[in-house]
Design a protein around this ligand. Structure first.
Ligand code: ZN
Length: 161
């Protein structure tokens, strides 16, 4: 139970929008809807995924993409590369960002936490190189339990390439 704060998704979204507005972004309906959707759906999604959601359907995908780029520059959203898929985007959550286990058959995603050594390595790299904001992206591929469970009714179609 979270006794620490009682923010609803709408409050969280509102706080992010206000923060962005303070940094010069226009408080448009598109911005509010996108932030709300990204708070409600924390998993990474490609532009096509976000563009398909009911509250964003009226936006054209170029507008949506530009907005996403602004959010990425503002460090509110991060781009996630998942194998050969189109680049995905997700809201940056507080704390360490998850890496993903990706099912090569159905595309299912499972967040995994990278070992602490990796974070130490980021810090070490930053110290040695003088670079700032050093981060990693790591993906693991495999077949999820749904895709390997024996099916009695229909056959599993393997689309893995
Ligand atoms: Zn699967």
């Amino acid at each position: 139970m979270n006794t620490y704060h009682h923010s609803t998704e709408a409050d969280v979204a509102e706080a992010i929008v206000s923060q962005l507005q303070a940094r010069g972004l226009r408080r448009t309906a598109a911005l509010r809807n996108l932030i709300r959707e990204m708070v409600a759906h924390p998993a990474p999604g490609a532009i096509a995924h976000w563009a398909g959601l009911p509250s964003l359907r009226e936006l054209n995908s170029v507008t949506l993409y530009r907005l996403m780029m602004k959010l990425e520059q503002a460090d509110v959203v991060r781009g996630v590369h998942l194998g050969e898929r189109a680049q995905c985007f997700q809201l940056i959550q507080p704390g360490p960002q998850p890496d993903y286990l990706v099912c090569t058959n159905c595309g299912d995603l499972q967040p995994v936490e990278a070992p602490a050594e990796l974070r130490q390595m980021e810090q070490q790299l930053a110290r040695q190189s003088g670079w700032q904001g050093v981060r990693h992206e790591l993906e693991f591929f495999g077949l999820c339990p749904d895709c390997t469970a024996p099916h009695t009714e229909d056959q599993v179609h393997s689309t893995a390439r």
